[in-house]
Write a protein that binds this ligand. Structure first.
Ligand code: GDG
Length: 464
């Protein structure tokens, strides 16, 4: 078995923060099994970059991290990654900032990761680079002479060509993807957009999974990420979850709970969600006092202005809706800016008769899958899901809605509240089957098996 080297912006340690996700767990398992290394930013800053690598081993997972300079964090992480690529790739060119410093910082930091990782890599290692922070890394590793099998996975959408061309030097960035052997996306839609770009803007050709530009052929595949469904289902019946469930139910006094859980991010459609819910309250006075929307939204990327703005917008919108509809003994929205440990979160999902997931664009959206996995099979809740989440391709038995339409959201909430038990069970079973079958281990193996097989399929031909 080849060693796996995972390179991502941040490294999650197995027993790290309570809110660590399934991705960290899945990758940790693969790293442990292959005695691999996880390389990334420590999350710390240093005055002058030294290239010093911090090594650690935690529950069998080896990590190698570097500290970055403040300027690196500003230009690479807050800058090019989160002010340029994130909004653009989520179809928000209105929010995307194109600054030369950002691009310079992004390339500088990627080079730092390449310099850090190269001496750690052995010839037979399989390298798996994660996400939009690290697109050019593979090319930089090739430039250092590495011939390893190398894969890249994009966790966010791939934007339509017409939007992507607004990025200065877009072809330069995209061409670096051809240094990898396998490039993965969550859905056919994102894959299709990638192929379209390559054909239109780079004169490339597509033959099944094989995409060629010049003399480089890579495999581009759709490989939807999943969750650890079994673990999440058990978390939902754990002591901590049951305790949370009792607490929540007691506070509701027989009211129905609608739950939303999202990083506080403009791509998650939170403003639209609040407006859709307000529309529901307006359309259905008969439901007043019978429902509560609990929106859990831990703040993220607080140094980026667009995130400060969405936070201010939501603060005032929640206040306005509550001001308009609350009574002395009922508040329609509970808007919470703190995060919860995973088992408690699972208990909150299970307490809610409706999961409301309304991103305007989302690579996948794991919350939708977690909500499904946490339900009581004998009395499952209803998932209302934006058709613009990658998860909508798999969870077709959710109530799929257009999040830009407050009327559709209002109708879906009304329908979910009235849905008979047998329909809820039927829809839930179908969704749970999908969540269980294409779970996080499936995703990891589907990608790494493809990557490992690349060199067997196409043996390297020695030059004469
Ligand atoms: C990116 C892509 C893609 C949230 N609040 C709490 C908490 N969370 C956890 C959720 C979930 C995770 O954070 C969020 O995952 P999402 O998939 O919903 O969204 P992004 O963070 O934007 O992730 C996305 C994903 O990468 C994977 O490829 O699906 O499309 O944007 O796991 O549970 N966890 C805890 N407490 C909280 O309060 N413990």
């Amino acid at each position: 078995m080849s060693r796996l080297i995972v390179i991502s912006n941040r490294v999650s340690r197995p027993n790290g923060a309570a809110n660590q996700g399934g991705l960290a767990v899945a990758l940790a398992q693969a790293l442990r099994e292959s005695r691999g290394i996880w390389v990334g930013w420590s999350g710390e800053t240093t005055e002058n970059f030294t290239g010093h690598i911090g090594f650690a081993e935690d529950q069998g997972v080896k990590t190698a991290t570097i500290d970055l300079e403040e300027q690196d964090v500003d230009e690479y992480y807050n800058g090019y990654a989160n002010k340029t690529l994130w909004p653009l790739f989520h179809f928000r060119i209105d929010l995307a900032e194109y600054a030369r410093d950002f691009e310079g910082g992004y390339n500088r930091v990627n080079q730092r990761f390449a310099d850090t990782a190269t001496p750690l890599i052995e010839p037979d290692d399989v390298i798996w680079v994660q996400d939009y922070h690290m697109i050019p890394l593979g090319q930089m590793l090739r430039d250092k002479g590495l011939q390893n099998r190398m894969g890249f996975f994009l966790h966010i959408p791939w934007p339509p060509t017409r939007l992507l061309v607004s990025l200065p030097h877009h072809t330069k960035l995209v061409s670096t993807l051809f240094a990898y052997d396998v490039v993965g996306f969550h859905t056919e839609e994102w894959l299709e957009s990638f192929r379209h770009y390559v054909e239109r803007e780079m004169g490339g050709t597509v033959d099944g999974d094989f995409v060629t530009v010049g003399d480089r052929t890579i495999q581009a595949i759709a490989c939807p990420i999943g969750i650890n469904a079994q673990e999440f289902a058990s978390a939902a019946t754990s002591e901590a979850a049951q305790d949370m469930h009792r607490k929540v139910r007691a506070s509701l006094q027989d009211r129905s709970l609608i739950v939303g859980v999202d990083r506080l991010d403009y791509s998650k459609g939170l403003e639209e969600r609040f407006n859709g819910y307000a529309r529901f309250l307006k359309d259905h006075p008969e439901h007043h006092r019978n429902v509560v929307l609990a929106q859990i939204a831990p703040p993220s990327r607080g140094e980026v202005e667009s995130y400060q703005q969405i936070r201010a917008t939501l603060d005032s919108l929640a206040g306005r809706i509550n001001g308009e509809y609350s009574d002395v003994d009922w508040t329609p929205i509970r808007y919470v800016n703190q995060g919860y440990p995973r088992d408690k979160l699972a208990g909150i999902y299970r307490s809610a008769g409706i999961g409301l997931v309304t991103p305007l664009r989302d690579g996948m959206n794991l919350v939708a899958k977690e909500y499904v996995a946490a339900q009581d099979p004998d009395d499952p809740g209803v998932l209302i899901l934006s058709r613009f989440a990658g998860a909508a391709m798999q969870l077709k038995d959710a109530l799929l809605i257009n999040p830009y339409s407050p009327e559709e959201m209002s109708d879906a909430i009304n329908r979910a509240l009235a849905m008979p038990l047998d329909e809820r069970k039927r829809r839930w079973r179908a969704m749970m089957n999908s969540v269980e079958q294409q779970d996080i281990s499936w995703w990891r193996s589907a990608f790494t098996d493809r990557l490992t097989a690349t060199r067997q399929e196409e043996p390297e031909v020695e030059a004469e």
